[in-house]
Design a protein around this ligand. Sequence first.
Ligand SMILES: CC(C)(COP(=O)(O)OP(=O)(O)OC[C@H]1O[C@@H](n2cnc3c(N)ncnc32)[C@H](O)[C@@H]1OP(=O)(O)O)[C@@H](O)C(=O)NCCC(=O)NCCS
Length: 181
Amino acid sequence: MACERLFHVDDMFCFNNINVDPYTATFSPRFYNHYMTMWPEMCVVHETVCGLLAGYMIGKAEGRGDEMHGHVSAVTVAPEYRRQGVAKRLMAGLERSSQSVGGYFTDLFVRSDNESAVQMYKNLDYVIYRTIKDYYGVDKPDAYDMRKPTPRDLEIGSTSLQYRDGRTPEVERGGWVDYEL
Ligand SMILES: CC(C)(COP(=O)(O)OP(=O)(O)OC[C@H]1O[C@@H](n2cnc3c(N)ncnc32)[C@H](O)[C@@H]1OP(=O)(O)O)[C@@H](O)C(=O)NCCC(=O)NCCS
């Protein structure tokens, strides 16, 4: 039976069929090891009945106080297993983890030209919180910072389009810090 289970170190040798996708980054082993060590419950694979990897989620918890949240660093599904609800299940799992660590929202960065992913997140009730220029490099498509509040967010308004200091988070510039790992 297909199942979701924690991502483990051997999975790095089995995800080539998934990572050939141009929207899927392949990081260094150090990156995956760091995530597996720090946030094991947020790093999950979807395994088929034949023991193949259909997709995976790499996530983390970050932020302090009312900025505490779960972050999707990677969610990706092999082309042959798409549109079967795999990503939806992985996202639901990460959202549960965001809630269980006391997070106020779940967020992610997605390339603005990645139409299927942007559509998926919108359909899962994520909103575009802000646009970040140069996140993926100069002359590359912008990044959308998309967010969805957890039930704990009721009074915080983590996805409201105004920072508490009055600035609006529409467009910012910044780099992808995860690449440094
Ligand atoms: C985006 C991606 C993760 C979706 O995975 P998936 O397992 O096919 O998604 P699901 O089957 O769970 O789809 C959930 C919902 O998202 C939406 N969706 C998914 N793919 C879509 C597409 N190509 N076009 C429009 N909507 C789409 C639909 O609403 C879908 O529900 P439905 O099938 O009931 O209509 C997958 O296409 C992928 O791996 N893409 C490459 C990597 C990537 O872009 N990752 C995100 C980087 S931020």
